[in-house]
Ligand binder design. Sequence first.
Ligand code: R5P
Length: 275
Amino acid sequence: MIAKKAKASHTDLVVDKFPDDELRVQFKANLKGKNVVLVQSFYSNVSDCIIECILAAETAAELGAKKIILAAPYFPYLRQDKRFRSGEAVSQEIIAELFDLYFDSIYIIDPHLHRKHSLKDIFHSKTVKLTANLLTSEYIKKHIKNPIIMGPDEESFNWAKSVADSIGAESRILKKIRYSSYHVEVKLNKYIELKDRNVVIVDDIISTGHTIVETAKLLRKMGAGKIYCACVHGIFAGGGLKKLKAAKVEVISANTVPNEKAKIDVSGLIAKSLR
Ligand code: R5P
């Protein structure tokens, strides 16, 4: 889809596994003198995806590619941007350093930037930051009547505020306390009237879904009508989507990571910026 929209030629990378689970990647096209764009969404088995990218990038260079570009609709490991617990790896920096070694430029849709404000503070390679915010706003505007936008925590501000502003909707950022990967608490900063209103929780990533489930519980207590959640990266780890269905949250996601709720197509965003 991206290649077609960018009016570029396309070849599938052959990826399979040796019997001992090691990856084997192979290009079937002639890459000599070409700008090669590797598209990788880092879902399902993130570690395999990383190895696949590195093997492919180095091979493309050996086969004579002119430039090696990574187009990552979703880029992983950005949330571990500090040593939260003693002895922990600051994975964001380590993974970025690894990709810097193999790619001339890196395009990422809605990277999770929090303590580091720009991709330039993370990578040395040329980076391009893209956002699905406008596409999300258009979707909400078209399908949800008179919404109020909620950001579940301060990290969601970049998404929730920008989406709300482009729709011209009211918005509020809530407070989240994270105790562990599976235990979060979401609190209200200031009372807001929600009786029977359509509320859209906007966040960049849904991983386990706990952030959204806890936010929905709070909003429901406050009398909210229908509760939606619009996210960019729908990872839905460990049955996250089931939990959201049980919490009666209608989920809308972009297709940066393939999933059954992917209704917002970002291929045009990448194609346009590559062109
Ligand atoms: C972190 O602040 C992100 O923006 C998301 O809120 C978080 O990754 C969601 O994780 P989970 O779905 O596991 O609660």
